[in-house]
Each structure stands twice: as C-alpha cells, then as structure tokens.
Design a protein around this ligand. Structure first.
Ligand code: 13P
Ligand code: SF4
Length: 336
C-alpha cells in the first residue's frame, strides 16, 4: 500500500496533477487526496486550481462539472462511475417531461427548471436553455428562493426527495410528474421529477424511532436526499460538508445518528472514552456502490496511462453542451 501511495504521489508531482476526492470515496483514496469536499466545493475549487490536470475520484457528473467550468483543463477519472440518480434522467427524458407539462396546458415560459448537480451535462444544458440553473444540496434553499421569485412553476429534477423537502420547508405544494394526477401537478408550485438516490432511500422513519428509543438525547442528522418522512424527524438536515461541520461541532459525548453514505459517517468522529457515539442511521450498510468503485490501483493506472500519452477515462464534452451547462452552473455560482 505504502509503495503504491508513493508511486501515485510521484506521478502526481511529475504530471503536475491535482487529486480530488468526494467525501464518499474510500478511506484509502481520501487519505491521499489533495482536495476533499462536497460536490459544490470540489467543482468550484478544482476548476479554479492552478493545476492543468485534475484527477477526479467521484462519479461522472462531478468530473463533468469541472470540465464544464474549466474546459481548458484535462480531467481524468480513475473510474467513470455513474451516480444512479443522475442516470435516471437524460436530455430526451427532459424533453419528454417538458412535452408532458405542455400537454397539461403549461407553456415553456411558465416553467422554471432547476436541476440538482447530480445530473449529466446534457441535462444541465437543457435546463439552461429554458432559463434555469443548477443547485447542490449545500445551496438548494438559496437557489429555491431565487426560483420562487420568478413566479413560475418550478420543475425540480432529478431528485424528487430534495424537491419535495424544499417545497415542504417553504409551505409550497409539490407533485410528482408521471406519478400524480394532471390536476395535482397543475395545482402544485413545485413539480418534481421522479428520480431518487438508492442509498439515501435506505434510511426510514423506523430507523429514527429505533435510535430515539435506544438513546433518549440522540441527535438525528440527515442529507436532504432522504425521504421527506425521514427529514421531518431529523434535528439537522444538510449537505455532506454541512453534516460534517454540524457533527464535529457537537461535544464528543453527544450521541448522533447520521443518514448519509457510510464512508463519510465512519470517518466523522473518534470514539468518546472508548465508546461509540456516532452511528449510521440504518440497519444495513448505506454504501454508494459507484462511489466505492474507485481504488488506489485505479488512480495509479489512470495516471500511468496519462503519462504514457494514452489517457483513459478522460472527460470530453460536446461544445454546445459544455457552453450551456456552464451557463447553468455559472448562474448557480453567482448566487451561492
Ligand atoms: P453533496 O452535494 O452533499 O456532496 O452530495 C452529493 C451526493 O451525491 C449525495 O448523495
Ligand atoms: Fe448518487 Fe446517491 Fe451515490 Fe450520491 S449517494 S452519488 S446521489 S447514488
């Protein structure tokens, strides 16, 4: 392991590369990364870095976001792993969704689309072409406030839970496209696309009840990709970096159960007087399969191929998609 780590460090130095890892990556990858963060921080910081080569350990939409924001950079990914939620929508499904809303009597200029950053660049481009923008879990309520001020129906995609959670927190009516009736969709302020995160679906109200029964004063902390029935019961809801800050600011003896990806939760805090005070809010192990694909060997292999002038897993984007996706991301960055 040590030998592999050293070889990676040497190659990164030689190629002047920046190793970037999302918080959900394996410990071995996070330990070696120059930069670790949530999806918003990573796309912003990696695109602004002085380094020309970005080695992105995460899922495909994250590497794409760096390429969109900084097209002159070379972005390679040790694994071209795909977020399963991002795969639930593409530009065709987006067009079909808008066509369905038009068939309900809404015109395009009555619809304001917001796409969660967990979507591919072609979807972000479509959203920008309709005047919309991107949000992440870290800035979702700010972007939602901006969207409300447009006085249109908000079309939130692809994560139905984040969309419903935002609507609920603001006393707005939400509906699910293709699930709810035409009338319910037309009566709602926020129309959500029916996508979801299979990992965050694992957390249930029963898990919250289990931990509250077990430890009277426990804090429940969840990511907003969790179902609204779980979010309603939580003491704190936030993005990955907001969760880290909230939990690490608590006294170590304060027990906390966290509803997000296992790798992040497992690294959150040391034990208190040899006793565990940080728990995963689930009876099963909530590991994101695609985030967990990347290994140190993959990082080494992708760097070696790049050094050999035979790059693998390099991120390339169609220029039109790149241009419009950048507009969607820039609109978000201006507001956040
Ligand atoms: P963050 O934006 O909080 O990093 O979350 C990304 C993600 O994929 C959560 O499942
Ligand atoms: Fe996608 Fe869920 Fe994995 Fe996050 S945890 S990358 S939303 S599948």
């Amino acid at each position: 392991m040590q030998e592999l780590q050293n070889k990676i460090k040497d190659l990164l130095q030689k190629l002047d590369g920046l190793l970037v890892a999302h918080y959900y990556q394996k410990d071995e990858v996070v330990a070696l990364a120059d930069l670790c963060g949530d999806s918003l921080e990573l796309s912003r910081k990696a695109s602004m870095s002085e380094k020309n080569l970005i080695v992105f350990c995460g899922v495909a939409f994250m590497g794409q976001s760096v390429k969109v924001l900084a097209p002159h950079k070379r972005v390679i990914m040790p694994r071209l792993a795909c977020c399963s939620m991002a795969r639930m929508i593409d530009s065709e499904y987006f067009d079909e969704s808008i066509a369905l809303l038009e068939s309900y009597g809404l015109s395009r200029d009555q619809i304001f689309p917001i796409t969660y950053i967990n979507s591919n660049a072609d979807v972000k481009a479509k959203v920008a072409q309709m005047g919309g923008l991107v949000c992440t879990s870290a800035n979702a309520s700010k972007i939602f406030d901006f969207a409300k001020a447009q006085n249109k129906k908000i079309f939130f995609l692809p994560d139905r839970c984040l969309g419903e959670n935002l609507a609920k927190a603001d006393n707005k009516k939400s509906s699910l496209l293709r699930v709810d009736s035409k009338q319910k969709v037309l009566d709602s302020d926020v129309i959500c696309y029916d996508g979801f995160c299979s990992v965050h679906q694992l957390f249930t109200p029963e898990d919250v009840a289990f931990y509250r029964n077990k430890f009277e004063d426990i804090k429940i902390v969840v990511h907003p990709e969790c179902d609204p029935s779980v979010v309603d019961l939580a003491d704190f809801v936030g993005s990955t970096s907001q969760i880290i800050k909230y939990v690490q600011d608590l006294p170590l003896e304060q027990k906390v159960a966290v509803g997000t990806e296992f790798n992040l939760v497992n690294r959150l805090r040391p034990k208190f007087e040899s006793k565990q005070t940080t728990f995963v809010l689930s009876s099963s192990k909530p590991q994101c399969p695609t985030m967990n694909e990347t290994t140190l060997q993959d990082v080494y292999d992708v760097l070696l191929a790049y050094e050999d002038n035979k790059p693998i897993n390099e991120v390339f984007l169609d220029s039109e998609v790149q241009k419009w996706a950048k507009i969607a991301l820039d609109r978000m960055l201006e507001l956040s």
